[in-house]
Design a protein around this ligand. Sequence first.
Ligand SMILES: [Zn+2]
Length: 225
Amino acid sequence: MPLPLAAGSLQGLSLLRAGVNRVIGLPDLLASLAGLRPSKRLRLQVILLRDEEGEPVAPLAEVEAALAETARVLELAARTRLVPTGDSLVVTADGPAPAAALDAPCTSQGLWRTDLGPAGGFFRGLRIRGGLRFIGRGAPLTVFVVRDVVGKCGCSLGPLGDYVTVDAEGLGGRTRRILAHELGHSCGLRHKPDERNLMRPKGPGEELTVWQTAVFRSSRHVTYL
Ligand SMILES: [Zn+2]
């Protein structure tokens, strides 16, 4: 199948799945808007890639610090706890990753092309599977720590994908909440310019509005069990 056609079909199916999940999540959205927010869980695996020499692209301690900040922000803003899919939230990849994945492009026009190219093939091959197979309810999210998200600090296919990429350089400092921000995109959140908001594109804050909290908590990745 030609690439644009394959990308179009995949995007169409993912849009349908996202729509069905929004309907299923409606009672939870309304409950959250009404102030009922019991603790929920987001199943997660962070995979730290290795470069051509086999070296991890970032120190494990930096990844763990970014993850601790992510856990703090999501608990505070959305009463959502990060739960590992395996023994530990972070694992280091077994061997070197392909160059296309180490330096992964992220452009608004090319996201689906990237997803269907060699980088996306690599990411989709390693992503953690789970949840209800066809509708993707309860599907875990996989975070890939890459050497460079070209031109950005992180990348997400929004609610249509099950994985995100985060730039090794973006794990600390002003961009230390990029990991939480990308998970926000995967759970249905869009950008918001407010300085204190988690969905501010550069240098995210740590807050979510009542509406954003409800959207996040009723996403297909966030569950009670
Ligand atoms: Zn963003």
